[in-house]
Design a protein around this ligand. Structure first.
Ligand code: RNT
Ligand code: ZN
Length: 422
């Protein structure tokens, strides 16, 4: 589609939204200000670069597929991320994991990591005007093999992981200071059991104490903020996960931390969208891991599903967009990984755009009048509005490919860059 056709279609779409009381230009201006926290780990199948052959192990999470071209070192990963960012409209953040530090070929254990190991990433982020977020890596490590890290009854193991978490917060504060934008440090630990534990209370008490120790040092919120990620179950932790939803929801609300809700971490019929208002009446801020669970926490690439519509509609309708950090968390090794990033991030942004284009006041007015049929009909009408014309226009404005150009762009990069990685 040429530029004039995009503009013309947008002009018509804008008029149709205007008739519903929605200002599409304003929506686009708002969308531009929203940064996704794009996860680095889609690029190398959650491997990290601690050793030349680092790969995901344990933790109850899995990547499947061995599509060629995965990033083998920091330089390749950065190049791939830059390519992915060039396919995603807007300005976004990058979410790193501790295992992506630059250790100069040395063996630096997780309790030894320092800001200096992330200077390269921080410089890169500065050059690309990109904020950073951070995650401790509590898996793919011999000291996580028992299934317990921060909740381990073994004091040595626990001390090791507490030290790791402390250092991750220090690194986060360093990044926040260097880049003048608060870095969110997310803690997710895989701790749990395959079968029924005899002492659930004991493990949860230990996790609570470990977290209290980790958080005993305070950092200014302008530099870093803490989030804690809940989970229902993982592979090998089917019967018990120490950091369950109730555990962390209570912890976050009592201690003033951000709660991280991952869309794959609940019973399949539960709606993360529904949890937003419940959580944000008791916590000031929320972190999301936008993902697509399929039958389990499979971390499929995000697509524009009902769950995504509902999630973003709820964020907008509740007025809590500004209090929420929108992180992505999916990893698929079975397709082109840059394409995976692009589709997942673009579909998340489409969800956001769709939500911002909703006549929320009218929907609420119908509800207040008790006209529930009208509320239903208007919500359905929105699904066939010329939303795609607004999206195409936004992509054009942001100088990124429109949907019909994406496949070609990814194929070119595959031929020119990924093909050389054997
Ligand atoms: C695992 C959690 C966690 C991880 C990343 C890699 O179930 O979702 O967020 O996916 O830390
Ligand atoms: Zn997650």
């Amino acid at each position: 589609m040429n530029h004039d056709a995009v503009l013309q279609a947008y002009g018509q779409a804008k008029e149709r939204y205007r008739r519903l009381g929605v200002d599409a230009d304003q929506v686009i201006a708002n969308l531009k200000t929203i940064a996704l926290s794009v996860h680095c780990w889609q690029g190398d199948d959650v491997g990290g670069f601690e050793t030349p052959d680092s790969q995901l192990s344990g933790g109850g999470i899995q990547v499947t597929g061995n599509y060629p071209g995965k990033a083998r070192n920091v330089d390749e990963l950065r190049r791939d991320i830059e390519k992915a960012f060039s396919l995603i409209p807007g300005t976004h953040r990058l979410s790193l994991h501790a295992m992506y530090g630059e250790f100069g070929g040395k063996q630096v254990d997780r309790d030894q990591i320092e800001p200096a190991h992330f200077q390269g990433w921080t410089d890169w982020a500065g050059e690309h005007t990109c904020g950073l977020d951070f995650n401790g890596t509590f898996f793919s490590h011999p000291k996580a093999d028992s299934g317990y890290t921060l909740a381990s009854p073994d004091p040595g193991i626990r001390k090791f992981w507490i030290e790791h978490a402390r250092r991750c917060r220090e690194i986060s504060a360093f990044m926040g200071e260097e880049l003048s934008t608060a870095c969110i440090n997310n803690i997710w630990v895989p701790d749990g059991e395959k079968d029924y534990p005899a002492d659930r209370m004991g493990y949860r008490r230990i996790l609570k104490e470990s977290l209290d120790t980790i958080f005993s040092r305070e950092y200014p919120p302008e530099l870093m903020k803490d989030s804690v990620e809940t989970k229902l179950f993982g592979i090998g932790s089917e019967a018990f996960v120490v950091g369950s939803h109730e555990f962390y929801m209570n912890y976050a609300s009592r201690k003033g931390k951000m709660l991280c809700l991952d869309m794959g971490h609940f019973h399949p019929t539960e709606s993360v969208a529904d949890k937003i208002s419940a959580v944000l009446l008791f916590c000031d801020e929320l972190m999301l891991h936008v993902s697509r669970p399929m039958r389990w926490d499979s971390d499929h690439i995000v697509v524009l599903s009902d769950e995504i519509y509902m999630l973003f509609s709820e964020l907008v309708r509740s007025g809590k967009l500004g209090s929420t950090s929108i992180g992505l968390d999916f990893f698929d090794g079975s397709v082109n990984r840059i394409g995976a990033w692009a589709v997942g991030a673009r579909s998340s942004l489409k969800g956001l755009l769709f939500a911002l284009l909703e006549p929320a006041d009218q929907l609420r007015a119908y509800e207040q009048e008790g006209n529930l049929f009208a509320r239903l009909a208007l919500a359905e009408q929105m699904k066939t509005m010329p939303f795609g014309a607004v999206w195409d226009y936004y992509c054009t404005l942001q100088e990124v490919p429109m949907d019909d150009q994406l496949i070609g762009e990814v194929a070119d990069y595959e031929a020119q860059v990924l093909g050389g990685r054997k």
